[in-house]
Design a protein around this ligand. Sequence first.
Ligand SMILES: Nc1ncnc2c1ncn2[C@@H]1O[C@H](COP(=O)(O)OP(=O)(O)OP(=O)(O)O)[C@@H](O)[C@H]1O
Ligand code: NA
Length: 729
Amino acid sequence: KRMVQRHVIVRQLKSLEALGGVTNICSDKTGTLTQGNMVVRKAWLPGFGTLSVAGTAAPFDPTVGDVGRRPEQPREIDFRAEDSEGEVLSALENHARDSPLLGDFLNIAALANLATVHQTGSPLEWHARGDPTEVALQVFATRFGRNRLALQDRWRQLAEFPFDSDVKKMSVVFEDTQHGKTHLFTKGATERVLPSCTAIRDEAGHVPLTDAQRADILANVEALARLGLRVLALAGRADIGPVDGHAAPDRTDLERGLVFHGLVGLYDPPRPESAPSVRKFHRAGVSVHMLTGDHPETARAIAIEVGILPSRMGEIAADVARTMVMTAAEFDRLSDGELDTLQDLPLVVARCAPHTKVRMIAALHRRGRFVAMTGDGVNDSPALKQADVGIAMGQAGADVAKEAADLVLTDDNFASILNAVEEGRRMFDNIQKFVLHVLACNVAQACTLLVGLVFKDGSGRSVFPLAPVEVMWIVMVTSGLPDMALGFEAAAADIMDRPPQDMKAGIFTWELLLDMLVYGLWTAALCLAAFLLVLFRWGDGDLGQNCNGAYSPACDTVFRARATCFASLTWFTLFLAWEMLHMRRSFFRMQPRAGPGSALTQWLADVRRNKLLLWAVLLGFATIFPLLYVPGLSTRVFRHTGITWEWGVVFVGAGLFFAGCEAWKWAKRVYFRRAAARAGGGRGQDLDSESRVFGAYFDGDRGGVALDSRIDSEATVLEKNSKPRNLKV
Ligand SMILES: Nc1ncnc2c1ncn2[C@@H]1O[C@H](COP(=O)(O)OP(=O)(O)OP(=O)(O)O)[C@@H](O)[C@H]1O
Ligand code: NA
């Protein structure tokens, strides 16, 4: 339930716990790492030039921002230059009317488009409905007065071939009621649209498309994608003859012989939380991969912005860089064997289709990784099922995807995955603490009772150091209540600073088993020592007759010794619950950094933090007195008797108990520090975090070939140049 506030719906409680052990996260880009609110930033129309939209932070409002124009193609423009946007156009509607080239381009943008953008409410506000990509195009067309709603008087839709992430394009058939002609309008990923194009539109009209022009177009796509823009190609075919919308016309038959009209570049800014979340995942030892349907250059630029790829891509050897960013086609060309020989699997897979996600999971599994995968599409179900933890999107996600998933993010936000992982680790930790406490207490009781069998009275019967009712009481009340309270313990401060737990080992790690023995045996040793000292050292050593059964004056020493043993075990059980708050940190310094107050106030605050545990411990403390001193209850039921000076033994035992536990934790800390230093191989804390995370990739010896390190700078330049100039709120 608490997860709902953190924007996560848990469909499988088990998977939340599993999420704590995730080593690799494969995330979508659009809407998850990015905001999913797109704006058209660039458009290129052959023969008309490059348009730039700047100064808008309001994605739905077509009246905000300027449109600039330069006569060159995008590949010829240095977008870092001050004047890269060119001359600002005024009266955009007139431009659209006067230039048939621009007019046709905008018609495709507005009509091959199911989104609506309109003004409603009072005061009037711009609203949009539909797919973000299409909303952006609709807003762009509306800037020039070409809103689909306005065009509907003249254009009548006859058929639609919908978009899906496998075909990566969509087409519509419209009838121009003014001229009675039928047209096909297509938009989509360039490499899906361009092959169906045979001509290109420019000032001269339609001219056949040459190979040189195709190469030109692709160079322009790259130039725009490098800015982190999603690039779509617009194309169309005029006068296709009669089409019967009811007869389900053949898609491949119509989507050919198209005329290329130009490109649009849409920007979908990363969510502000994405980069910090990726950084936190890296600190937590979790690798983040981005599997996106977008163009590799777009994917690369965004991946650099959110830190999935290092900003210093240019320093990475070319062959390494090539395996860091792959297209699905490149990825799928490699056999399973070849994938397994790669030093690292790609961090970014572009142009991803749903089945590529399944192969990625399989490849990660073969490397023994524990994988969480996001998905929103109808075809993502196999990947979501295959992943150790499948995560669906609550807003953009298809219902089938949600059904196949273990978790649903209600806000589609990548940062919410981080919350879920943290919650998973907390749950795992608390289960481990709970189990360790139960087991250590059991070991303590069992050893005390077993060793106690050695002491036999005159009739040859063993004298129990603990009576059965005492043991029951400790199991059910003294240890039971704190055990429950441990489940509510908050996450440790460093919970996201350590590597994921090994899900194959589960909670029963070597550390836990050793802890169980150490705490259990130490508790048993102290309890037995208390029993024996009170009985033989300071008492008369009289084991009496049948002292397990009933009180008699002869059993007085045994009853006192038993009471001391019981009081000790009660206290140690309670203290051990407190020691469980952190597996390695000292109970007296729970927080890594002391706050403003002294160590004592800090400690008091830490102890008070888990209220339930505090009450459970205090209750356990308080109840021991009636159990010892209420006549009848004490001797008849619990088979012990009130003690006096023996409390001194309990106090000293408590001191030794803490000393022992703390010494053991200290030894563990030293051991793990050394182990970490060895594993770090001297690569110290002083390195910047990028070198730490991506150190394996920056390998000087490989002779890094300077790649295009302009990518990141251009994306930031684009950001800077487009700071809102006349932002309306
Ligand atoms: N509405 C659309 N009409 C036509 N083509 C589109 C549309 N939306 C996206 N495309 C094209 O399909 C490509 C892949 O889009 P897809 O929706 O599969 O990716 P995505 O799911 O948005 O990205 P991600 O996988 O990162 O979430 C886009 O890069 C774009 O070229
Ligand atoms: Na997607």
